[in-house]
Design a protein around this ligand. Structure first.
Ligand SMILES: *Cc1c(COP(=O)(O)O)cnc(C)c1O
Length: 236
């Protein structure tokens, strides 16, 4: 087993991914220390979308177990073989979810981070009951109120969280946001945290390659880091 792992992980790319993971984990620990938080409170969601299989496999071989994908179909093509080899893998869906993909998403992902509308909440609950599984959900908040971006508006967040919990019986475990390009992300992270605090939501998925340290200082429990782990993404 070990011999096979070593051979498969021996390419330059694999070495680089392992080194990146180490570096990011060190940065996460340092940011946690600055914020006077235990590093164990922060999970690195390695965003593997569009990345070559070898890099993703390398991360698994390096011991990483938590990944984020933004497309259901793409995730279902590449992850089953890795899950068979690394049964303790956890996968988060971080991209927009169409209601016609809900059955697949509920069957496949451990956490759905992109819940953003009542119709989807109802479909998720129905499908979880049908499949007899429990999946924690995060609500995506459109903190920048960008028309092209998914997520509930900040002003609608409290009522949507309550509705998901009370009406749909979902486990709303976290909130997620993607700050607008070119804006100070800290303001968005602080807003997300405020919404979480006043609604008793525990997890905060915020911070990407360029700003995960800031996010940790503002309370992130999950940082979603892609290119800093795996390198630049090619086109789909
Ligand atoms: C792609 C993506 C990320 C990772 O972005 P990087 O800048 O590569 O770290 C994080 N969150 C979401 C929702 C994404 O789609």
């Amino acid at each position: 087993m070990n011999d096979a792992s070593t051979t498969q992980a021996s390419s330059d790319e694999a070495v680089e991914v392992a080194a990146n993971l180490e570096e990011i984990n060190a940065k996460i620990s340092a940011a946690a220390r600055r914020a006077d938080r235990p590093a164990s409170d922060i999970a690195l969601v390695a965003v593997s979308k569009v990345q070559p299989f070898e890099r993703v496999e390398a991360a698994c071989l390096a011991g990483h177990r938590l990944f984020g994908e933004n497309r259901v179909q793409e995730a279902m093509e590449r992850w089953p073989s890795l899950r068979a080899r690394f049964p303790d893998l956890k996968l988060h869906l971080i991209g927009p979810l169409q209601t016609n993909k809900v059955a697949d998403a509920v069957g496949f992902f451990d956490v759905i981070e992109s819940l953003d509308r009542p119709k989807l909440a109802a479909a998720l609950k129905r499908e979880m009951d049908k499949q007899g599984v429990h999946r924690p959900c995060y609500i995506q908040v459109n903190t920048g109120e960008e028309p092209q971006k998914a997520g509930v508006m900040p002003l609608d967040a409290d009522s949507f969280i309550a509705r998901c919990r009370d009406e749909h019986g979902l486990d709303i475990a976290g909130l997620m946001c993607i700050p607008p390009q070119g804006e100070e992300p800290a303001l968005h992270f602080a807003l997300l945290r405020e919404i979480a605090l006043r609604n008793g939501v525990v997890s905060l998925s915020m911070g990407m390659s360029g700003d995960f340290e800031t996010a940790i200082e503002l309370g992130a429990t999950h940082v979603r880091v892609g290119t800093a782990v795996f390198g630049a993404r090619g086109t789909r």
